[in-house]
Design a protein around this ligand. Sequence first.
Ligand SMILES: [Zn+2]
Length: 505
Amino acid sequence: MAIMNRILPILALSSLVSASAVQQPLQKIPEAQALINTKPLITSDAIQDLITSKNLMKRAEELYKIAELSLDEYNHPTRVIGSPGHLGTVDYIYSTIAELGDYYEISNQTFPAVMGNIFEYRLVLGNHVPNSASAMSLTPPTKNKEPVFGPLVLVANDGCDESDYPSNITGSIAFIRRGTCAFGDKSANAGKAGAIAAVVYNNMKGSLSGTLGEPSKYHIATFGISDQDAQPYIRELQAGKIINSSAYIDSIVTKTGTTNIIAQTKGGDQENCVMLGGHSDSVAEGPGINDDGTGTMTLLEVATQLVNFKVNNCVRFAWWAGEEEGLLGSDYYVSQLSEKENMKIRLFMDYDMLASPNFAYQVYDARDNVNPVGSEELRDLYTAYYEKHELNYTYIAFDGRSDYDAFIKNGIPGGGIATGAEGIKTKEEVEMFGGTAGQWYDPCYHQLCDDISNLNFEAWVVNTKLVAHSVATYAESFKGFPKRTSIMASAQQERSLYHGPQLVM
Ligand SMILES: [Zn+2]
């Protein structure tokens, strides 16, 4: 301890001396840059000390008020893209960063987005209404938003190939097994073949709800049903029985524009960036204070405290829009990166839902053998932190449910932490984290009650400190962290089951 005390001031002093020695011969030091250089170098402990529950609470109160800007239009608070609540959120993020002065370069990136709304649907197969039937997100309506009638026709294999569709599919309702390709591909294939609606049945236990994703002119009204509901129909169709059916969906798919916000430190090595992101939007059903108000506010708080320090590597914060519609903002952002810009991002850290009321400390189970190399080192940074603080954690699937997906598909190492959405907490997890077994981690997930009272502040503070730790660690040094390899060599080739909150295949 005594030795530490003596060494620390010397180290601090020598780093100051060397910084000014480098700077002095330069004639024009921008004032802001000179100021940054007099700040102490970032350390994990120093920035963690600045994270308080009081600051987070203040932000949560502010964000809820912003969600209420949508009351007139939606009759309840929401921050869904296109709503006054989301515009207000984007303003709030932008102005919070702008008020920090010259430390960050802020940019906003507007991009085209799609939104869907399903008003009503009904599926009748033979004489029965399958209980599990649900309309897929971003499905177009049936023709003229009226019921359509036709025989149910079984499609061969998984309906991923045009040749899987028999010639009598024209004017019929296609019955397609889940698997191999995305729901959107199946719907488009059925549409191209002349079907008037499509029903995808689950190839595993349970009901099936998902999204068609990016709209296509070939998409037709599409439902999902459970394996159990599908079985009797499959048997009858295979026996050659004709099952006259009807399908009805009233829905709209509309185009809108929305905006990502990016803030990057002006200080630090601009060729080697640590990047982190959360999504600024919520679902239409509620204010989204946990999902992902917490990630949004944690990033704002860490960005606010980071200005007290000098960084060796650049730090880039992103607030994505359109996550709930299928990771639109992060997809667009990564799609616009040149190879050179892509290579500057050493890793991407995703922070989505950090304060679920019935929380577990969850770490994405990223692995170097399937994900871009470095993903596993990031995973281990999180678990080491929880272990150091004698906190339990669980691994969760790294399966494309949040904004890291475009990064890992394009060669950028990724990972992140979360506290749980609609999953059910087990007895074992209650022993690890407290809370209630048999209940969702976030019982208000994607609902109106995702408000301030839906937050667990204990988990939120721990995780915000961990986010600060992750930023501090890599802002200080990438020592020991794998170097980037070319995009193609390291990109994850496997398709994910999810691309956003809903199943895509
Ligand atoms: Zn989310």
